[in-house]
Design a protein around this ligand. Structure first.
Ligand code: FAD
Length: 307
């Protein structure tokens, strides 16, 4: 119930205006977001790289209905990728892109505009010696996102996909995407989805996660195991061994600001660990999904409010 309410609040412009005007919002948000500017993204990436971790950077924004805003997002990614290239960070840092931030939901030709825009970001990534992963959003966009992924991979085969274990279709999608060279991030899924398309209990989602992970690890692609769940991390580590995988052919991923100790422990034990680092001003939707995931995060936010 609380999760659904928070995710609904994440879609509400009125609640967004109220939350954004709270005087302490930014300091609370900064637990999960690197900062507002490109320099913050580069600073945090450099620090994580120096600490032996990899990074995927997300320029915050989603669901734009404004072509100029989509264009500004592309320009922000191009500037970021140029900065990563100049600093030799291309080996350690890639970018994550939400297609809804680059035009997918525009009323006319949204899918084509998003594909063209994503192509420009992939070209900039290639010039910087790195790759792009397409974040996955709510289930109404899954087919469109996978279609765009297929088109992008014709010229940029390293483009990564994200699949969400809570969707009933995902085991099949894993089978389709477990081919050689295919980078696939497996996460539980962060949106409010109807039971028609998604598993709704934690146990069902976790079981689906393990089934999907087996498919990806048994395949020939590059699985990216994105979860903070201690149980699933342990299961993943044992499946990695069982399927004869080694650190260069899969990776663990976690979000910036979440289970930092565990990220360091995995990296120190020899695993490839990538941290998802969001930055920018449009933090509201991302922040509300993090609150929805964990009541303790909401308590942290409320404590900061009354302090
Ligand atoms: P949960 O069952 O939510 O949590 C298990 C445990 O992890 C908790 O008990 C707690 O100890 C810890 N934990 C989890 N979340 C938090 C938190 N917010 N704060 C503090 N501790 C926490 N979702 C999408 O829908 N599309 C995407 O493209 C996408 N990309 C992602 C990329 C990465 C690298 C990661 C890590 C997640 C991504 N997600 C994405 C979010 C994902 O779908 C989940 O919503 C999120 O990871 C929480 O699920 P969990 O697997 O960590 O397990």
């Amino acid at each position: 119930m609380l999760r659904t309410a928070l995710l609904a609040a994440g879609q509400s412009a009125a609640i967004r205006r109220a939350v954004e005007t709270l005087p302490l919002s930014r300091s609370v948000v900064n637990r999960f977001v690197a900062g507002s500017h490109l320099d913050d993204a580069v600073r945090v990436s450099s620090a994580l790289a120096a600490d032996g971790r990899h990074v995927t950077l997300d320029y915050l924004g989603e669901d734009t209905l404004d072509a100029d805003q989509a264009e500004a997002t592309v320009a922000a990614y191009e500037a970021l990728l140029a900065a990563l290239g100049e600093r030799g960070l291309g080996e350690r840092a890639e970018v994550s892109v939400k297609l809804s931030a680059v035009g997918q939901r525009l009323p006319y030709d949204g899918e084509k505009i998003a594909l063209d825009n994503a192509r420009r970001i992939c070209a900039a990534a290639e010039a910087a010696g790195t790759t792009v992963t397409l974040d996955m959003e709510d289930h109404t966009t899954t087919d469109s996102t996978l279609d765009i992924l297929r088109a992008l991979r014709e010229d940029h085969p390293g483009t990564g996909a994200v699949l969400q274990a809570y969707l009933r279709r995902t085991e099949d999608d894993c089978r389709a995407l477990a081919a050689a060279g295919s980078r696939v991030r497996l996460c539980k899924g962060a949106y409010a989805e109807p039971a028609r398309v998604a598993f709704t209990t934690r146990a069902e989602v976790d079981r689906s996660y393990v089934r999907c992970l087996r498919v990806l690890l048994a395949g020939e692609g590059y699985p990216m195991i994105a979860t903070h769940d201690p149980r699933l991390v342990a299961i993943a580590a044992s499946l990695v061994r069982r399927y004869g995988r080694s650190p260069g052919d899969h990776e663990f991923q976690m979000l910036y600001g979440i289970r930092d100790d565990e990220q360091r422990r995995l990296a120190a034990a020899g695993s490839t660990v990538r941290v998802y680092v969001p930055y920018g001003e449009e933090w509201y939707g991302y922040f509300m999904r993090r609150l929805a995931e964990r009541p303790a995060n909401l308590a942290f936010f409320l404590r900061a409010l009354v302090r």
